[in-house]
Design a protein around this ligand. Structure first.
Ligand SMILES: [Zn+2]
Ligand SMILES: [Zn+2]
Length: 359
């Protein structure tokens, strides 16, 4: 688990104990604990002989935890979502080899998600420098010659008499001698590597699905590891998807076309389709025209719900046409009056006669 240069001999558990934090402490918590203890035990504040020894122990503990790798905040070492699409960094776990999982987000249309699709993903990965494991330096051991192990230097301005305390440049406050990594020049990063990978999305992927893809295809531009791809499905302009895979469409139609049993174009995942309207029906089920019920599964249905729209105000021409229409069904010359209307009209007339004879 430790660097093999033999300088850090401290066991990692006692390092956490020394700083008074639990082994699952984040980088921030470790740094905060270390800073608090260092300011308490610093020889400038604490003149006891034990303080010098304590300082060295604190610095060694901090360095041991740092080299082992800080735990990432959050539930796991992988971080989702926040990263920009074209940028990914290889994750490092606190223990074991780097996981090298590249996080990506891919946005698909509802149709692409329904039928599956292929995408070429390009990106770049910057891995930690392998020579220093991302630390940017190599620990030499012993006291930092610059600050004599205190981690701080004092800067006295030429005109003033109050010296100010500053973190030591050469050990970054750790008090332990170190050497800048020659391989990465101290930034802890390897050269940025570009990759290209073709990813096949199966039909029926949903918004929020995570896909694991082995990116290593043996070509020079293949990704250095696996990809974890989060699927985002764009909202469709005309269709909605429910949990069961049913595609819902609210369809406004001309009310006259509805009562005329005309056909209207309906958007579906397969494109525009012609649908025959029924004047007594507002809801229509298109069998097997929906979204896959589950990933790689058969398709659900599409439900079309009509909203027949009639003009709020009729033109004179429309009024005349309507009058003519009414005359064919309810006027004195009406050829065929519906049974229900005829029965109702007769009952109405009988009722009126009854009122008159009683009055
Ligand atoms: Zn120093
Ligand atoms: Zn390096």
């Amino acid at each position: 688990m430790f660097k093999q240069d033999g300088t850090v001999e401290q066991d990692i558990d006692s390092a956490f104990d020394e700083l008074g934090v639990t082994p699952d402490a984040t980088e921030r918590e470790v740094k905060a604990a270390w800073r608090r203890l260092v300011s308490q035990w610093h020889p400038d504040r604490n003149s006891s002989a034990a303080a010098v020894v304590k300082m060295q122990r604190l610095n060694r503990a901090f360095e041991a935890i740092r080299q082992a790798g800080f735990r990432q905040p959050g539930p796991s070492a992988t971080t989702g979502g926040a990263r920009p699409d074209d940028h990914a960094t290889a994750d490092r776990n606190a223990s074991g080899p780097p996981s090298r999982t590249i996080q990506r987000r891919v946005r698909l249309t509802l149709e692409e998600a329904a039928f599956g699709c292929t995408r070429v993903l390009r990106g770049k990965v910057t891995e930690d420098c392998s020579a220093c494991e991302g630390a940017g330096h190599r620990v030499l051991g012993g006291h930092c010659p610059q600050c004599h192990g205190s981690g701080a230097t004092w800067q006295r301005p030429w005109f003033g008499w109050i010296a100010t305390r500053a973190e030591c440049d050469s050990c970054h406050g750790s008090g332990i001698a170190r050497q800048v990594c020659a391989a990465c020049g101290g930034n802890g990063k390897a050269a940025t590597q570009r990759y290209k990978v073709t990813v096949r999305f199966p039909h029926g992927v949903r918004d929020g699905d995570l896909l694991s893809v082995d990116g290593r295809h043996g070509k020079p531009d293949s990704p250095p590891g696996d990809l974890s791809i989060r699927v985002e499905v764009r909202q469709h302009a005309l269709l909605k998807l429910d949990q069961e895979g049913t595609v819902l469409c609210d369809l406004p139609v001309d009310g006259f076309m509805w009562i005329a049993n005309r056909s209207v174009p309906v958007p579906t995942l397969d494109g525009l389709q012609s649908m025959q309207l029924q004047r007594d029906q507002l809801s229509y089920r298109l069998k097997g025209q929906g979204f896959p019920v589950e990933r790689r599964g058969p398709r659900g249905d599409q439900i079309v719900t009509l909203s027949p729209i009639f003009p709020e105000r009729m033109t004179t021409d429309q009024q005349i046409l309507l009058d003519q229409l009414i005359a064919t069904t309810s006027g004195p010359d009406a050829k065929s009056l519906d049974e229900r209307l005829r029965g109702w009209n007769e009952a109405l007339r009988a009722w009126k006669r009854g009122i008159r004879s009683r009055g």
